[in-house]
Ligand binder design. Structure first.
Ligand SMILES: *Cc1c(COP(=O)(O)O)cnc(C)c1O
Length: 391
């Protein structure tokens, strides 16, 4: 027998996703398989939809988990809402806004882009100026930019988009279940996420929700959706009353998502958001006590993902592999222009825990000293501890 038993290492996942999966979610995945039209599975589907409405904070009827990762949600949103020649305003201040720009022409749309520097949020005026220039069907924005650690405020932009007759599409892959996101109250027309970030489920599904305006656009399309697999009107016939086969739902992934969402409900949204904020504050206090500098100003800092500048003289290509090899901790480096300049530290879902904050700060302190960057020993843990004590 040339191959050994599968034996992956047990890592502490503190990168931009996947995050650590709760043991209850892993157990749910081992539950017996049933058919995709089995009454037992239909019940799982209905309950998952209800739970998704709860985490999205929406009453939208079209709220389902798509088969595929977060990018499938991005592609489904753009394919379903865009037709030949439609203008889509994409706000780019990081890697994922850039990805949207790459998808729009594949749906037949025309990209209109506005840009902000990586690490900064958009000013609503910038969106308004762009909308004044002419007919835009859809404004596409990233709520939580995982490449930079910026949290984009959306309420004002939503009001502006609607005033100009455009729909608002929001990427909530790194916010859903970890950071406040109110789909109905903020009047977001379409929103998608992924399972492996703040929901702490393995990657494989993309929760998506379409509001009344987006459903109306779907219903009044002149042409059929360019992707058969991601055509929401077809998928909705399986997830809705008709129960018409479209594709075989990934049964075990749906078990996992249902359990992950149940965990969110048990904890409560407010408590969960507060936990993400608190653990990040402790992490930030520790990083700053080590003399490190954050990329994003406090006002726009994303609780689920922190970006920190790599200090001069430290070799990024040595520290991250050592964190993995010697401490079993995964964090990530920068993308695009920020490559080699920042680390990205995720505290998402089940990974957002006090013990992980202390573990990472200790490991980083040790490694930075060992790599010749002098760090005052013990200050980081002390500073993080202060945050917890005063909370
Ligand atoms: C991770 C991520 C995606 C892509 O999700 P995949 O699951 O990798 O397909 C899209 N947008 C944002 C903001 C993300 O963080």
């Amino acid at each position: 027998m040339p191959y050994t038993d599968l034996n992956p290492p047990v890592r502490t996942l503190l990168g931009p996703g996947p995050s650590n999966v709760h043991p209850r979610v892993l157990r749910a995945m081992a539950a017996p398989l049933v058919g995709h039209l089995d009454p037992a599975f239909l019940q799982v589907m209905d309950e998952t939809k209800q739970l998704l409405k709860f985490v999205f904070q929406t009453e939208n009827n079209l709220t389902i988990p798509l088969s595929g990762t977060g990018s499938a949600g991005m592609e489904a949103s753009l394919f379903n809402l865009t037709e030949e020649g439609d203008e889509v305003l994409v706000a780019v201040n990081g890697y994922f806004g850039e990805r949207m720009c790459q998808m729009v022409p594949r749906c037949g749309g025309q990209v209109r882009r506005i840009e902000a520097p990586w690490g900064q949020a958009f000013d609503p005026d910038q969106v308004e100026d762009a909308l004044q220039e002419g007919m835009v069907k859809l404004v596409a924005m990233v709520h939580a930019e995982t490449s930079t650690g910026v949290l984009q405020p959306l309420e004002e932009i939503s009001e502006i988009a609607h005033r100009y007759g455009a729909l608002l599409l929001v990427d909530a892959v790194t916010s859903l279940g970890g950071v406040e996101l109110k789909v109905d109250q903020w009047d977001i027309d379409a929103c998608y996420s992924g399972t492996q970030k703040c929901l702490s489920c393995p990657p494989g599904l993309s929760p998506i929700t379409f509001g009344p305006r987006a459903e109306e656009v779907l219903l009044s399309r002149r042409t059929s959706v360019g992707s058969w697999y991601l055509d929401l009107s077809l998928i909705q016939r399986y997830w809705g009353k008709e129960r018409t086969y479209h594709h075989t739902a990934p049964i075990s992934m749906n078990y996992a998502l249902r359990e992950a969402l149940r965990l969110v409900q048990e904890e409560g949204l407010e408590a969960r958001f507060a936990r993400h904020r608190l653990n990040q504050r402790a992490l930030v206090a520790g990083l700053e006590a080590m003399g490190l500098e954050l990329l994003v100003p406090e006002e726009y800092r994303l609780p689920s993902l922190t970006t920190v500048r790599i200090p001069a003289g430290v070799e990024e290509a040595r520290v991250r592999p050592r964190l993995l090899k010697e401490f079993n901790i995964e964090i990530a480096g920068g993308l695009g222009d920020l490559k080699g300049q920042i680390w990205r530290i995720g505290l998402m879902g089940h990974s957002s825990r006090r013990e992980n904050v202390f573990l990472l700060l200790s490991a980083l302190e040790y490694l930075l000293c060992d790599e010749g960057f002098s760090v005052p020993r013990g200050d980081a843990l002390e500073a993080a501890g202060q945050v917890y004590q005063s909370s």
